[in-house]
Design a protein around this ligand. Structure first.
Ligand code: PGA
Length: 252
């Protein structure tokens, strides 16, 4: 059984005090929830604040990115040990906004992935095709390249620790969620891709999240899909009540 993961990516939103309030509210709303991993990913500056509020709760913390070196003259960067020191257990790697606006490539995503694993952070490995790539019928080729290169050199025994997050770029922040058919098709493709590179039980144990305009009113249908093991939520995770509803999805 793959334990579902519901993750909220706060992106570049919230001041420290807003993040603290949000953490307290989520902790209150979700205290009783069992059976899924709940992860929130505030901006770096708010990790410590959120961690202090979430201590002892069932909510876990993720960084939104990490640099692959541990320390050094890398002004403006944040390393794995730094994320660990403020309570992170997870880290987003390769989010499409990092790829689009900040020059992340499959090669640098791979370096970040290895750094996360080296520092015992669970990578939430994001990838997905653009609208142009989908319209050009290149979706499977792009996903294959991103996944294979992102996981390059990661030992097979470690693969089950990695959380994959399929996020079609055209669905992120657009309100245009993939249809359940599109999501299931992509997730089944990804699981098959994993089973071509690793033993079938490894592919079967990998959690694959869907991300892109997930909301309270579409999460139930997405979570009912056989190969969707969770969701990565941006906009709708910034409202405590809506994120709490998403966490308490009812697969239909
Ligand atoms: P969205 O973002 O839910 O606002 O579309 C998802 C993401 O970027 O992870």
């Amino acid at each position: 059984m793959r334990k579902p993961v519901i993750a909220g990516n706060w992106k570049m939103h919230t001041t420290a005090s807003e993040a603290g309030l949000m953490a307290l509210e989520l902790k209150r709303l979700l205290a009783h929830v069992e059976g899924c991993e709940i992860v929130v990913s505030p901006p770096f500056t708010n990790l410590d604040e959120v961690h202090r509020h979430l201590k002892g709760s069932n909510l876990k913390l993720a960084g939104q990115n990490l640099y692959w070196r541990s320390t050094g003259a890398f002004t403006g960067e944040i390393s794995g040990p730094m994320l660990k020191s403020v309570g992170c257990e997870y880290v987003l790697v390769g989010h499409s906004e990092r790829r689009q606006h900040f020059g992340d490539t499959d090669a640098t995503v791979n370096l970040r992935m290895k750094a996360a694993l080296e520092h015992d952070l669970t990578p939430i490995f994001c990838f997905g095709e653009t609208l142009q790539e989908r319209n050009d019928s290149r979706t499977w080729e792009v996903l294959t390249r991103q996944v294979v290169q992102g996981l390059m050199g990661v030992p097979e025994s470690i693969i089950p620790r990695i959380i994959l997050a399929y996020e079609p770029v055209w669905a992120i922040g657009t309100g245009q969620t993939a249809t359940t058919e599109q999501a299931q098709e992509a997730h089944a493709f990804l699981r098959e891709l994993m089973s071509e590179s690793y033993p079938r039980f490894v592919a079967q144990s990998c959690r694959i999240l869907y991300g892109g305009s997930v909301k309270a009113d579409n999460v139930d249908a997405l979570m009912a899909l056989p190969d969707v093991d969770g969701v990565l939520v941006g906009g709708a995770s910034l409202d405590a009540a809506s994120f709490a509803r998403i966490v308490q999805y009812e697969p239909c």
